[in-house]
Design a protein around this ligand. Structure first.
Ligand SMILES: [Zn+2]
Length: 109
């Protein structure tokens, strides 16, 4: 008779997207091992590849304050992230050049 079922009426935002540091839509994973088994989390789309930005976020943690903070930060982070991406790209190219240089020295030098 009373409102014992009211907790079911809690509406969760189903179509909110979380973006990682690459500014790409995150992939939703479900934890299937350990104490967090069954818990869902967001990960970078490049999960475990060399482009992985190591972004990690629990689904049930993204509500309210942390969710708002994430979006507040996003706007100011955008420009910094763009600069960082450029620096990172330059470093990658530089690293590849050094690698090629070393390879040539080892084989031909
Ligand atoms: Zn990422």
């Amino acid at each position: 008779m009373s409102s014992s079922n009211s907790s079911i009426a809690k509406i969760r935002p189903q179509h909110t997207y979380v973006y990682c540091r690459c500014h790409l839509k995150c992939v939703l994973y479900t934890c299937y091992r350990g104490p967090n088994s069954g818990r869902q989390f967001y990960r970078c789309i490049y999960n475990r590849s060399e482009d992985d930005c190591n972004f990690f976020k629990w689904v049930d943690e993204q509500e309210e304050s942390s969710y708002v903070t994430h979006y507040k930060l996003k706007a100011s982070d955008q420009r910094i992230a763009e600069k960082l991406n450029l620096i990172l790209l330059t470093m990658k190219v530089f690293a590849v050049m050094i690698f090629i240089d070393i390879t040539i020295r080892v084989y031909f030098g």
